[in-house]
Ligand binder design. Sequence first.
Ligand SMILES: CCC(=O)SCCNC(=O)CCNC(=O)[C@H](O)C(C)(C)COP(=O)(O)OP(=O)(O)OC[C@H]1O[C@@H](n2cnc3c(N)ncnc32)[C@H](O)[C@@H]1OP(=O)(O)O
Length: 631
Amino acid sequence: MGYKEIYSAWKADPNGFWMQAAEGIDWVEQPSKALFAENAPLYEWFSDGMVNTCWNAVDRHVLAGRGDQIAIQHESPITHSTKGITYKELQTRVASLAGALRMRGVEKGDRVIIYMPMIPEALEAMLACARLGAIHSVVFGGFAANELAVRIDDCKPKAIIAASCGLEPNRVVHYKPLLDSAIEQAQHKPEFCVIFQREQEVAKLIEGRDFNWHGFQYGVKPADCVPVEGNHPAYILYTSGTTGQPKGVVRHTGGHLVALNWTMKAIYNIEAGDRFWAASDVGWVVGHSYICYGPLIAGATTVVFEGKPVGTPHPGVFWRIIQNHRIKSFFTAPTALRAIKREDPTGEWIKRYKLHDLQALFLAGERADPDTVKWAQQHLGVPVVDHWWQTETGWAIAANPIGLEVLPTKVGSPSVPMPGYDVQVLDEGGHPLKAGELGAIAIKLPLPPGTLPTLWNAEPRFKKSYLEHFPGYYETGDAGYMDEDGYLYIMARTDDVINVAGHRLSTGAMEEVLASHPDVAECAVIGIADDLKGQQPLGFLCLNKGCDRDHKTIVKECVGLVRDQIGPVAAFKLATVVDRLPKTRSGKILRATMVKIADGEDYKMPATIDDPAILDEITEALKALGFPAAK
Ligand SMILES: CCC(=O)SCCNC(=O)CCNC(=O)[C@H](O)C(C)(C)COP(=O)(O)OP(=O)(O)OC[C@H]1O[C@@H](n2cnc3c(N)ncnc32)[C@H](O)[C@@H]1OP(=O)(O)O
């Protein structure tokens, strides 16, 4: 069957479709049905089944005779090391860590924060939690201590598992002082921490609270897999919202297993024994779904990469790894390819490697610009599959499902909706629009298995953020259109979330930090176009009356404040002092108009603007910063 037939089969019988997909998973007790709609518009999947994620990702492959196959291939061009861990070794290591966590009191339902760089131990920590039914929450290493503290207070972990350090190309990221500071700032205190000491930095442990990863496991009884209900949370992953308080996306166990297993074959054409690589970070949803769980549930080999697309040490590093590990499907963010293309425009580095095993390149995390897609198509000679999804959905809403059928590519479109997603483009009143008309992209409820059922401890926020604007739909926050052939085009966000180098960031969160500077009376942060990172944040600062301090100093302090409070990942480097911000008569800051000025796009004078002269002041301030940039 091709894509159209499979999509229609899902639409005709969603329950049957997902029950059949559930056969790819080992259940301790089979679910009686797929969808649980009793609490609509809150939906759950496979709620009454009993299952364990770690069993499905590790143990069952050992039992099936794949024990000697590499499960995790670590590649670190920063430490110049490469190391493979077999499924049998992974089972031993995960069972041992889980046993040690259990001995210290971690049980099903307890939360465990994981704060680790791109090393196999990060995946082992995730799987050890899954083995016990503990709920992990992985925090990206590029966040500052304050962001970690916010997450500690929200999910209240019993334990935190961290590494002593992370390694960026030119610096060591001192995780342990960041962790100590976060615990100090947080109201909630974990009972204990487990620290993986890397040889590049041995951290000082706090007696009674911190345990060394190896010593902690010494002599413990390995833990078996604990069966959990299908609707038991597998993990919480925080993502940016419109305010500084991140949203804790919850992932239920049963749907997560079924959906990821289905996508590995249908979308990525990966089966047991194949080799798959997603060059992202375990701190993002791509890392959860496609570095850790998806490939392992499918019995494939996954790559954990500690490096960058360029500079570690050269722009051929991706192709070297694809060659050496015979990668079949490769997944990265467009921003990574743009970085490579900038250093290797004619693809010379690609030609140095044998990429015979590569069957497709997958792109996600931000809109894939046509130039980058065409460059990759030309130099790699394989299908380049842009696909669109979100932290909330956990897997692709729209894609070209090459495991079902290779559909024609339309550059600029992530192709077509996947089974499970009834995607509609709506006008402001919630009415479906015709093909080609731009509107809000929404998904008819219920969302499929593996997507978010709620937000952690924040059901009212879940409803308000996603379900209330368009009753009966999930509001994606993205705007775009669908063409006559059913191909989707994602054009912009409808809220104040920006995308910087494939990282979803909240301008509201940055504004909250800037507003805390003693000289700042008011501020606005916008996302402006950036050739490499897609967007970059830019802040406008209005100072308190009477403040006569040097503007450059204040800007420098503000840049430092965002880095300290949110982290380097915010990439907040640009700000300017202005007298006033452009607003509507009702006081709403005209951010979209400021973005257009900065990007050199035409704009209409907003009818409700309070004082049009302020836009000239903004134009001048941007000019002084070099915007709009020369094309
Ligand atoms: C589909 C659903 C989703 O959207 S999930 C999200 C998918 N997104 C991704 O996978 C992200 C893709 N982007 C990347 O991997 C990186 O941006 C790439 C392309 C590799 C470039 O990395 P880099 O050169 O470090 O630039 P950047 O803008 O990411 O970094 C900005 C500053 O943050 C730092 N940083 C980055 N990662 C870490 C980390 N793990 N730990 C500590 N710090 C980190 C960088 O060093 C950089 O710092 P600085 O400002 O240069 O000092």
